[in-house]
Design a protein around this ligand. Structure first.
Ligand code: AMP
Ligand code: ZN
Length: 460
């Protein structure tokens, strides 16, 4: 087995991955705030960390991957106020849609998907510990983390104090002792969601939820913590501050998580993806047009740390690549393959090199060529196992090409025309055979003649 190397944001270097406990690898990624549909930028994180979890599960006997759902947040409250829906209804609905959309991209639910509202007690306990350790204070119904009390603050993002204050865009509030201090707990009015606490009825700040939930489900320290690059500061910096200081580990920033992994941002046709630009690409809309495997491959076509430009050209390239591989599998239909074969060394090597997915797809391409040439069960098994590790090639080729099914078309009529065309050809009535092909063409049906007879599918 090749050894895994990962770029650690903490050191700024690619490091050999040495698990805290090789018998149980633990990973946490910051999940979505659920108040609207997920866009393809949100999906990049889900797919990248799913790919990392798939690899770890190949390399280690036990892996727990946790990714949270933020279901208490001011943006959710604003969405509820706007739509008139109940907050719980909104968060349940968008959690379900998020999970369905990500599953369609091959990023099935993480092993653990904790919800913030189910962990308020853990957060209250951690805030209490921070106050006792002299790292937090109560002011005006709020509890704030005292940034000057933690000299290692800024280690992860390498920000100076001035940059911290500017970058965090933290609210300048009269109850703050220092402008960099951030909120752990804030008061709720009667019409806002709130929980009783030693500091009155209120709700948690966003950062404390990940500190509390990762510790609850994974224990400290755990191996890998990740998310989008925008989370390095302030979110992850604040998580480190909370988790290390709550346990008296002020001198060791790795007492929380050992490796910090961040995926790059996604632009759309060269522009920043933003509501103001009007170019937000929602996953559920893309899934109406493209298969989940095509979208997954497009997301993994760039190395996870690089920016990814989302474009129709990029999607088309992924689709053409997968079509080519499915054609090879179609051609190998009569070659048997093992269901649960081990992926070949080359694909593991590519992924173990800091999750180099572009290299992994190049390997997949080479494996497909080998399988096409060799026509032997071993080569086909290798190809399928490599595809499975990457979350692609999991369809039956006929299903992939949509053979034998089409929307708004009578399948029996198509079959009858095809039979007639076969009979016309057998009778060497090529004019009639061509006329039938034209007729099917007008219905939006494509015919492919294969050694096993003609197959049909909807053009698209
Ligand atoms: P938002 O929906 O903007 O609150 O984003 C939720 C999370 O999705 C962020 O914390 C990011 O990590 C990730 N994210 C948002 N936009 C992008 C993007 N354009 N590219 C990659 N990740 C993104
Ligand atoms: Zn988080």
């Amino acid at each position: 087995m090749p050894s895994l190397k990962l770029h650690n944001t903490l050191s700024g270097e690619k490091e050999e991955f040495i698990p805290v406990d090789p018998d149980h690898v633990r990973i946490y990624a910051c999940g979505p705030t659920v108040y609207s549909y997920a866009h393809i930028g949100n999906a990049r994180m889900a797919v990248v960390f799913d790919q990392l979890a798939r690899l770890l599960k190949r390399l280690y006997p036990k892996v727990t991957y946790a990714s949270n759902i933020t279901d208490v947040d001011d943006k959710i409250m604003a969405a509820a106020a706007q739509s008139g829906e109940d907050i719980g209804e909104i968060t349940r609905k968008y959690t379900r849609i998020y999970n369905e959309d990500m599953a369609a991209l091959g990023a099935g639910a993480p092993d653990i998907q904790p919800r913030a509202t189910e962990h308020i007690d853990d957060m209250v306990a951690q805030i209490g510990s921070l106050i006792r350790h002299g790292h937090a204070y109560e002011a005006d119904g709020h509890v704030l983390f005292s940034v000057p009390s933690y000299p290692a603050y800024g280690r992860l993002s390498r920000r100076s104090r001035d940059e911290q204050v500017a970058g965090a865009r933290v609210e300048i509030a009269p109850y703050k002792k220092d402008p960099a201090d951030f909120v752990l707990w804030k008061p709720s009015s009667d019409d806002q969601p709130g929980w009783d606490s030693p500091w009155g009825r209120g709700r948690p700040g966003w950062h404390i939820e990940c500190s509390a939930m990762s510790e609850r489900h994974l224990g400290l320290p755990f191996d890998i913590h990740g998310g989008g690059a925008d989370l390095k500061f302030p979110h992850h910096e604040n998580e480190i501050a909370q988790s290390c200081c709550a346990h008296g580990h002020e001198d060791d920033v790795t007492a929380f998580a050992k490796y910090w992994i961040h995926n790059g941002f996604l632009t759309v046709e060269g522009d920043k993806m933003a509501k103001s630009v009007g170019n937000i690409r929602l996953v559920h809309e893309l899934l109406d047009q493209y298969s989940g495997e095509v979208l997954r491959m497009t997301l993994l076509s760039a190395h996870y740390r690089q920016p990814l430009d989302w474009s129709v050209q990029g999607i088309d390239n992924a689709r053409a690549f997968l079509d080519r591989l499915y054609h090879i599998l179609e051609d190998l239909e009569d070659v048997p393959a093992a269901d649960n074969g081990a992926p070949p060394e080359e694909i593991l090597e590519a992924l173990c090199d800091d999750l180099n997915t572009p290299k992994a797809f190049a390997v997949l391409n080479a494996l497909a060529k080998e399988a096409a040439a060799a026509r032997d069960p071993n080569a086909k098994t290798h190809l399928l196992a490599a595809g499975k590790l990457l979350g692609v090639l999991e369809h039956d080729p006929a299903q992939w090409f949509g053979y034998g099914a089409a929307e708004d078309v009578d399948a029996a009529q198509v079959e009858a025309l095809l039979t007639e065309r076969q009979e016309a050809r057998a009778a060497k009535d090529f004019a009639r055979a061509d006329a039938i092909r034209d007729e099917l063409d007008a219905m939006g049906i494509v015919i492919e003649d294969t050694p096993a007879g003609p197959k049909w599918r909807q053009a698209g």
